[in-house]
Design a protein around this ligand. Structure first.
Ligand code: FES
Length: 111
């Protein structure tokens, strides 16, 4: 089980969810109502599942593949700790993971 904390782009809202081992971060985010579109459903053909990982948690994650890096290059407001949430498998080894939702996710939903 990993306790995932989602932080809204403006830092004002936090939501904590328990993710069972084996879940994919994008699915956990969507189930929690976070505004990540994930248009290509994990095919690495969009970047609408882009999230920003808390820098302290970033080293715990497996490195991004080259394909993921290429997609991230196209994501608006990507940072050094950006990842595609559809590529992040929560294997149960991490106790906590804190994730920030980028501002463009809200724009896409007209929020
Ligand atoms: Fe499209 Fe993650 S859902 S790249």
């Amino acid at each position: 089980m990993t306790r995932v904390t989602f932080i809204s782009a403006d830092g004002q809202r936090r939501q904590e969810v328990d993710a069972p081992a084996g879940s994919v971060l994008l699915e956990i985010a969507q189930a929690a109502g976070q505004p990540l579109e994930g248009t290509c459903e994990g095919q690495m053909a969009c970047s609408t599942c882009h999230v920003i990982i808390e820098s302290a948690d970033f080293p715990q994650l497996k490195r991004a593949s080259e394909d993921e890096e290429d997609m991230l290059d196209l994501a608006a407001s990507a940072t050094r700790t950006s990842r595609l949430s559809c590529q992040i498998l929560l294997d149960g080894t991490m106790e906590r993971l804190t994730v920030r939702i980028p501002a463009e996710a809200y724009n896409m939903q007209g929020m």
